[in-house]
Design a protein. Structure first.
Length: 189
């Protein structure tokens, strides 16, 4: 009985220990003092003492976007998309802001608000009508996928090129003022 309890205890420690280590963590700081910051899903102002980030450890399924500036509650400047662990991270700017969202199967995911916030929808391959109560404002497109955004059903005009916006892999923190909240159909290839 003691042996069984000992085995169960070890297994529980392994399970809980694995969950504790499975977090998204940024490492930075100086040679004298390493600084780490654990990130949760959503938007986070980064600790200024991180300085230049030296390593990124992503929780499985996390997509991380680091931004250069955050002023007056607005992000600006350069940004970097991170989809995998980077133990020797190198970036040419100090990061001030981070956004994390979950995408376990690395699919095309659209967001109702700019900068990957608000309600989100995962889009499968093929043509999908945008739900009536969803206005697309930002989008993540994984490697190996590309999309076309339409403001009119392309099936209504089979012999004509209709207004659409093609996009390749990457992130669009804002899809553009001309199509924000106006997309009616998305085609994922």
């Amino acid at each position: 009985m003691k042996k069984i309890l000992g085995i169960v205890s070890v297994l529980l420690l392994m399970v809980f220990g694995a969950n504790v280590n499975a977090q998204t963590i940024l490492k930075g700081g100086s040679k004298e003092k390493e600084v780490t910051q654990t990130l949760e899903e959503g938007a986070t102002v980064l600790d200024s003492s991180l300085g230049y980030i030296k390593a990124v450890n992503l929780e499985q399924g996390d997509i991380l976007v680091l931004f250069e500036r955050y002023t007056n509650e607005k992000i600006s400047g350069r940004y970097r998309l991170i989809t995998a662990n980077e133990p020797n991270f190198s970036i040419g700017f100090k990061c001030m802001y981070a956004i994390i969202f979950k995408n376990v199967n690395d699919e095309v995911i659209g967001f109702e608000e700019s900068n990957f916030s608000g309600k989100s929808i995962i889009f499968q391959k093929g043509k999908t009508a945008m739900p009536e109560d969803f206005g697309l404002s930002s989008i993540y497109i994984p490697q190996g996928s590309k999309i076309k955004l339409y403001m009119t059903d392309p099936a209504l005009y089979p012999d004509q090129e209709i207004d659409h916006r093609p996009m390749g892999p990457g992130i669009r923190p804002f899809v553009g003022v001309d199509i924000n909240d106006k997309v009616k159909f998305i085609v994922v290839q």
